[in-house]
Design a protein around this ligand. Structure first.
Ligand code: NDP
Length: 307
């Protein structure tokens, strides 16, 4: 297709100012403009975070997220629209966020922050703090996120094992299990970390049975998507002390409803779907878009094509 005008949809403002990306891409041989809903029809392609039906009229949509679960694949295919995503850029950001969660739990930093709010000088119990080397993390999903988590935790001395569909080995993981062996894979891990895409197959992958299979001192981390977890089953597991705690960046309903019990649990860290945030986000997305504009000119296959 002919690319003359590329829109940066103003919904990307949830992650970075749209104008930063438009300026970053200003040297492309096409017009790049920040656009709202009423200008979608004037573009050939749009970079966006949100889906709109008007996008079905375009040739190409680029999602600034890795997860594309909010896009209707069948409709896009029927309308002959190409969809590309931003997988490949979130290894370090999400890896460091997950390392931060684990260090908060092991060094009790979340308690200290909570105490500071109350001007309370209170040390942990003698047996609460621990260190990470020798602990096992089971990372479920071994793509960009999983590998970034493995690399960051590996540097902290954590033993990292993984779960993927094929069960084939992945660099940075000491052992890999196939999906069918999930319950066995999580059984010996002090940390279980979800980094899978949300698909029909991963919906409620972490259910009551999975939490039952985990150690009682296990911490569960979700940086994937809310619905890969049966949230009521997770809340039950936390309330009944069948697992120790959780760090959650994503939820079945976002924003997390004010009345969710997760907000007030001592061993739960809640973050507002921002594990991948960085001031460089627009540059990282920009490089994927730039690469694909070049590929379009050269008549090459798009990178990160999903539909
Ligand atoms: P990738 O495509 O790089 O990796 C996905 C991995 O998951 C693949 O290695 C694949 O391995 C594995 N996988 C796919 N389906 C299944 C399945 N049914 N069961 C087990 N493993 C599966 O994606 P990213 O790592 O870039 O992103 C993963 C997801 O993380 C995104 O889809 C998004 O939802 C979420 N995300 C969340 C962010 C946040 O802000 N919290 C930021 C970025 C991403 P194999 O083919 O071997 O099974």
């Amino acid at each position: 297709f002919e690319l003359e005008r590329l829109g940066v949809h103003d919904s990307v403002d949830a992650v970075f100012p749209p104008s930063e990306l438009a300026t970053h891409l200003a040297d492309l041989p096409v017009a790049v403009d920040v656009i709202g809903d009423d200008e979608i029809a004037d573009c050939d392609a749009v970079v966006t975070i949100e889906y709109r039906e008007a996008l079905l009229e375009l040739d190409w949509i680029h999602s600034i997220q890795a997860g594309v679960d909010r896009f209707p694949f069948d409709d896009l295919e029927a309308a002959n629209v190409i969809l590309t995503n931003s997988t490949g850029i979130h290894d370090r950001t999400v890896g460091e966020t997950v390392a931060g969660y684990l260090l908060a739990f092991s060094r009790r930093l979340h308690d200290h922050v909570a105490n500071q709010q109350e001007r309370r000088w209170e040390r942990p119990e003698w047996d609460e703090a621990f260190t990470l080397p020798g602990k096992t993390a089971c990372v479920v999903g071994t793509g960009t996120l999983g590998r970034g988590v493995a690399e960051t935790l590996g540097a902290l001395g954590v033993r990292v094992i993984g779960v993927r569909r094929s069960g084939d080995p992945v660099p940075g993981f000491e052992e890999i299990y196939a999906n069918d062996d999930l319950l066995e894979a999580v059984a010996d891990a002090e940390f279980v970390i979800a980094t899978v895409p949300l698909t029909d197959e991963t919906h409620h992958l972490f259910d009551a049975e999975a939490f039952d299979a985990m150690r009682e001192d296990a911490y569960f981390v979700n940086v994937a998507r809310g619905p890969v977890v049966d949230e009521p089953a997770l809340i039950d597991a936390l309330e009944s002390d069948s697992i120790e705690g959780a760090a959650l960046d994503v939820f079945e309903a976002e924003p997390l409803p004010e009345d969710s019990p997760l907000w007030s649990m001592d061993e739960v860290i809640v973050t507002p779907h921002c594990a991948a945030y960085t001031r460089d986000y627009f540059r990282d997305v920009g490089e994927i878009v730039r690469d694909n504009v070049g590929r379009l000119e050269a008549d090459d296959e798009f990178h990160n094509r999903v539909v």
